[in-house]
Design a protein around this ligand. Structure first.
Ligand SMILES: *Cc1c(COP(=O)(O)O)cnc(C)c1O
Length: 342
């Protein structure tokens, strides 16, 4: 990464002790998801490749970890006034579930670009859902109003120490399940996920190689790192809709952690993401959303150099099932779309 300051001057704002404390708080509230070896990807890479099946987490994504930790960390008077979030879907769902499990009121504000299946899922978690505008920024205005007028606490999707520490519990889990793992391929959007995981992984294995994967269409953190400061990119429709959105011009935590701890950022295009979703289904028997599939997409596209035992994270499952059906049908093994028609 460019613009890297001297190593000795940088101290991570989140440390292993924060992540161990998070695990104590949320251990009973989240599932310990399976880590399984992929025989197909291991054979194709010549090294053992493992999949962390976090898309099987309650609420269909890892976001439940950070949200549960952040809610548990609130003082009692804040819990009594409730929490509010702005979300493209999975953070909203995780936060709604975490709040309801803790008996805390929850409002979720989102833009009209969020897929209907995700909106319905959040309503089912018992949250008060508000659809405002066509971007996360417009939905944020409603959040600010609820905070100012009703004293609710805003819990953001990634740039918050308790959220980052909660996501970091995934790193602890993987190191317990596979101590010999050396390379970790992780989704990257706002960077809460990869920041928490990188802190845990590097604390346990100082030579851990950490690779972030974003989609080409709207890779805000990639562009921000390239420019050396938080940078806006145009929001575009993508199969990896859970990776959409900016990193915030006032980013306090994740920009710096990604700059220091992430070795490489890889981008995948829409066709590669579709191939990843189809691979997950036909070869691994997993239903994975676009964002969850970008790690497999990057490997299958030859964009990851696999030189040691490698873990690919599958981060979410919340895809519209009609869309999923179309993608796997178009990419059925042996069909002409795969180019190996009999
Ligand atoms: C939020 C999300 C990500 C990205 O997490 P960040 O902390 O924003 O980098 C990846 N995959 C899924 C399924 C998500 O919901």
């Amino acid at each position: 990464m460019p613009n890297k300051p001297q190593e000795s001057t940088w101290r991570s704002p989140i440390v292993l002790a924060d992540i161990l404390a998070a695990r104590k708080r949320i251990g009973a509230k989240v599932l310990r998801t399976p880590l399984v070896q992929s025989s197909y990807l291991s054979q194709a890479s010549g090294q053992p490749v493992w999949l962390k099946l976090e898309q099987q987490q309650r609420t269909g994504s890892f976001k439940l970890r950070g949200a549960s930790n952040a809610v548990a960390c609130l003082p009692e008077e804040a819990k009594a006034r409730g929490v509010v979030g702005v979300s493209t879907g999975n953070h909203g769902r995780g936060l709604a579930h975490a709040a309801s499990a803790a008996g805390v009121a929850c409002s979720i504000c989102m833009s009209s670009l969020v897929p209907a299946n995700k909106v319905a899922a959040i309503r089912e978690e018992g949250a008060d859902v508000r659809i405002v505008g066509r971007s996360q920024d417009e939905a944020q205005v409603e959040v600010d109003r609820l905070v100012a007028e009703q004293g609710m606490t805003m819990l953001p999707p990634f740039d918050h120490p308790d959220i980052i520490a909660g996501q970091g519990t995934l790193g602890l889990e993987i190191m317990e399940q596979l101590p010999q793992a050396g390379t970790f391929v992780i989704q990257l959007s706002g960077g809460g996920l990869i920041s928490g995981m990188a802190v845990a992984l590097r604390a346990i294995n100082p030579t851990a190689r950490i690779i972030g994967v974003s989609m080409e269409r709207g890779a805000a953190m990639y562009e921000s790192q390239r420019m050396g400061k938080p940078t806006r990119v145009e929001e575009m429709e993508t199969l990896a809709d859970s990776l959409g959105g900016g990193i915030g011009s006032d980013n306090r935590y994740t920009f710096g952690i990604v700059r220091e701890l992430v070795d490489e950022i890889v981008l995948v295009d829409e066709a590669e993401i579709a191939t990843g979703i189809a691979h997950a289904y036909w070869q691994e028997r997993q239903i994975v959303e676009g964002a969850g599939a970008v790690t497999m997409a990057a490997l299958l596209a030859g964009k990851i150099n696999v030189t040691e035992p490698t873990v690919l994270l599958l981060s979410g499952a919340n895809i519209d099932l009609d869309l999923h059906h179309r993608i796997i049908t178009d990419h059925r093994p042996g069909s002409s779309a795969e180019g190996n028609q009999a």
